[in-house]
Write a protein that binds this ligand. Structure first.
Ligand code: ADP
Ligand code: MG
Ligand code: ZN
Length: 508
């Protein structure tokens, strides 16, 4: 949320005094007061109770409203950062209105706007934090979770929506009620035949933050307004707003790896350089509807940095390749990490695979990568370096890696991390033993005796058996393997995944 001049805040604080009995932190109280101030129409309908989420692009509040039948209902109010690109906001709303409200996809109730402040009102869904529950889920819980995530994905993919940010914080889960909801279309993009008209306007450039009013007017010229309930229509957001100062978009190029990975713990795994197609050794990217050609094998030596860990001046001056790469590094598919320009709904399936990997191993986050090269290295550690290189070739990318990394058996990997198998019986790379889950770190802090234990040891074998982990069928690892298919062209789709034998006893 943007900083507010203190003068404005204090004038509102007196109005908000009554709210202090809710025991909410002072900072939150100030933020709530600010929200009432910038969107005064909210105060006539909602009592804002608390802040429930704060990200780079929005702040989400819990609010209560009195309904016409006298009942009280809870809502989530998503206040978008005022610098969000208006087309982005409109597209996010259109995803919710057109595809939401069914099949485990969040719907929208209202939308309010005043000047450049927009609040999306959604039904509130009470949910747990993934990290708190990931270790305590039974095998059946996990099966349900992934089934419902796949249902949501099948639904949005039918509309030609690529979510682009599939991760546990965007898939809300209520363990007791077994309720699931996909949220956050703030990064969504459309497939070429998308049914969400505004996603056709959203270009890679129109990231969540930043936008110019000129661009908005141009891009909205031919667009209809987002359909909203009648009573909110005149607050629809698509009039041309004076866009505030432009926020810089996240950098869109893969950094050359010079010195980067050498600083990380995984010294033995050094992809010296990702040769993106800006290098002359790789053919120019094909048009979107054309199958990419595999890269030429022998480089044309027009520059002298190929296969080294340096970036020469010729390469530095090349035009950067533009490919969408929004999302969270640890959940990004290989084709996103290597900046393949031709990306489809398969990228969401990869992310669902990473979530399943967390659910099966009990580790979250599974891939904790601060940048794309580290993320790619971590993928290779699990899926194999040769396999990753081969898959990359199919989408026109060439990866150079200094060491061969074997593909791991997913069942052995997950069972060992969970504590069902002893570390001594596996040949897992050493780094897995040192990467521990947060629960374990907490325990370690207070109990030095536990320091030598692997995270899986937190639960006894008997407990794990009771949770059904010893009887997890091969089917679930087969599905995981198909979701984590390095090649997007063969990766399982959501509707195919729902037909997987794993779900034979589940009603769709
Ligand atoms: P952002 O774009 O900032 O990530 P999200 O739409 O993902 O915004 O919302 C951020 C967080 O707010 C979510 O992770 C979730 O915890 C909470 N949240 C969002 N929508 C709802 C909702 N409808 N009900 C309950 N909590 C929600
Ligand atoms: Mg989110
Ligand atoms: Zn070069």
């Amino acid at each position: 949320m943007e900083a507010v001049p203190t003068g404005q805040r204090s004038s509102h604080q007196s109005v908000e005094k009554g709210r202090s009995r809710h025991k909410i932190p002072r900072g939150v109280e100030t933020d709530i007061a600010y929200l009432y101030e910038v969107l005064p129409q909210l105060s006539r309908i909602f009592r804002i109770i608390d802040k429930i989420g704060e990200g780079t692009f929005s702040t989400v509040y819990l609010a209560e409203a009195q309904m016409t039948d006298g009942s009280r209902r809870m809502f989530a109010l998503k206040h978008l950062i005022p610098t969000s690109h208006p087309v982005r906001i409109a597209a996010e709303l259109q995803c919710l209105t057109v595809a939401g409200g069914t099949e485990n996809v969040m719907g929208v109730t209202y939308c309010f706007r005043k000047e450049h402040h927009v609040v999306i009102v959604m039904p509130y869904m009470e949910h747990q934090t993934f990290v708190d529950i990931v270790g305590s889920l039974s095998f059946e819980d996990v099966k349900h979770y992934i089934f419902h995530l796949l249902k949501a994905l099948r639904h949005i993919h039918k509309f030609g929506i690529i979510h682009r940010d599939i991760k546990p914080t965007n898939f809300l889960f209520n363990q007791q009620r077994r309720e699931y909801t996909l949220v956050d279309f703030g990064l969504a993009q459309g497939t070429p035949d998308t049914q969400i008209e505004l996603l056709k306007v959203v270009k890679a450039k129109a990231h969540k933050g930043g936008g110019s009013s000129k661009m908005v007017e141009e891009s909205l010229g031919k667009q209809k307004l987002v359909p909203l309930p009648p009573n909110t229509r005149n607050s629809a957001i698509l009039s041309s707003t004076k866009a505030p100062a432009k926020r810089p978009c996240p950098p869109a190029r893969i950094k050359h790896s010079k010195g980067l990975l050498l600083k990380t713990k995984r010294e033995e795994v050094i992809p010296r350089k990702i040769v993106s197609s800006k290098h002359r050794s790789v053919p120019v990217r094909p048009p979107l509807n054309q199958k990419p050609k595999p890269p030429a094998v022998s480089p044309m030596l027009t520059c002298n940095c190929f296969m080294t860990d340096r970036v020469c001046n010729i390469c530095l001056s090349r035009k950067q390749q533009v490919a969408p790469r929004a999302g969270t590094p640890g959940f990004r598919a290989p084709e996103v990490l290597t900046k393949c320009p031709n990306q489809g709904t398969a990228i969401d399936m990869w992310s669902a695979g990473v979530i399943l990997l967390s659910l099966l191993s009990g580790r979250y986050p599974f891939f904790k990568a601060s940048d794309d090269l580290i993320a790619l290295t971590q993928i290779m550690t699990i899926r194999g370096s040769r396999e990753t290189k081969e898959a990359a070739k199919t989408f026109g990318k060439s990866i150079v890696c200094s060491r061969e990394l074997p593909r791991l058996d997913l069942r052995i990997l997950c069972e060992t991390l969970r504590g069902l198998r002893s570390w001594d019986d596996t040949s897992l790379p050493a780094e897995f033993q040192t990467s521990r889950n947060p629960a374990e770190v907490k325990q370690d802090a207070g109990s030095p005796a536990k320091k030598h234990m692997s995270s899986g040891s937190l639960r006894s074998i008997a407990e794990l058996q009771e949770m059904g982990w010893d009887k997890a069928p091969d089917d679930v690892y087969d599905l995981l393997d198909k979701l984590l298919d390095l090649n997007p062209a063969t990766r399982i789709t959501a509707s195919m995944a729902l037909q997987h034998p794993l779900f034979k006893d589940m009603t769709d």
